[in-house]
Design a protein around this ligand. Sequence first.
Ligand SMILES: [Zn+2]
Length: 439
Amino acid sequence: MYDLVIQGARVMTDMATALPALQDIALQDGRIAALAPQISAGLARQVLAADGLTALPGAVNAHAHLAMSLFRGVAEDLPIERWFNQVIWPLETNLTEEDVYWGALLGCLESLRSGVTTVADHYFFADAVAAAVERSGIRALLAPTLFSGPQEAADLARARQFVAQRDGSAGGRIRSWLGPHAPYTCTPEYLRAVAAAARELNVGIHIHLSETAEQVRACRTQYGLSPVALAAQCGLFDVPTIAAHAAHTDAADRQLLAQHGTAVAVTPQTEMKLAIGVAPVIDYQAAGITVALGSDGAASNNHYDLTAAARLIALLEKHRTASALTMPLAEALQLPYQAGAAAVGLAGQIGIVAVGAAADIALYDFNGPQHAPLSDVRAALLYSAQPTDVRHVLVGGRIVLRDGLPTLFDQAQVLREAAVRSSRLQQPGSGRMAAYPGN
Ligand SMILES: [Zn+2]
């Protein structure tokens, strides 16, 4: 007896097919147990009718700060040093654990409504993020954010405890890595200590690297190494690592990233909006680097829709190379799915609809006028889809979004809490979380 059968959807088992066949999907113990043209309703405890819908894998967001949804729209049209020093880091000192819970839950809500089922998050108050993830039903890889300073040893001890308690929790939906913020906010000694802790705990590392050309220049002046080379020297790449942004690298950096299997998470809307530069994705892929996509936080992006990120990369790469042949549909659609899965260490288990994979599935309704007439669901997804096209979402076989609404919590309450908290949070705080160099 299966737990659930999804009946009647077109099923995207790969990205090579324009109009995939109708199949039924049987789920058992959180995984996809069978795919067949017809699976009898009598074989399952529950049936989800999906006639007219398209089943896609849930997307994987490889770099996010979910709780920053509370800061959406408060720091617009600013260069990165003013964005950090004048707005974001002063405001973040106002955050309470409860704010982070509601902000992260809002981020989870928006993610699920956009068809995202796994998020690699990097933030403070990681326990509150974990509580929101647990509540929402989404899958996550959580990295408590670490800065150098007088509190660094205590923070690392707390992060180790977080990993010990949370890695593998929520029925395996939550995993945890360590999150040193960046080489410009963490000393090399601290990065070494974090790398040693990650090795000992057998977890990975999620860090911001080489976001701007200026950061690379400053790092070379201070340490004689690029941020990527410094990270490698400090041992960060000896464990699985997600390097967020990594837009400014040379051939030696790319070789280091490829050689260590370090994944790069590109967040194109943040990088374009802050005008800091976007990694040349196809050049990285040619160098053998896994390139996944992230949203970054809603204070810079301003949303958690990964399909939009894939669209931007496809357009940017076509534009940059002056060739319409660059980044065709099937390649662009690897980024939010299979490449994302590889970045978070779950290749073959998520980001794909296949027997044996986790039952993380987004059912899209491509019947709207923006998709008509439907000739290629990949083109619909990449170039005309909206989050409102997402009808139902399952994570680990559980229906967490039905008819566009979350099943495990109250959307109206989350929106209310976010609105109430945002006005208090917008009063500048008494200090800064950290200082962005140069100001
Ligand atoms: Zn970030």
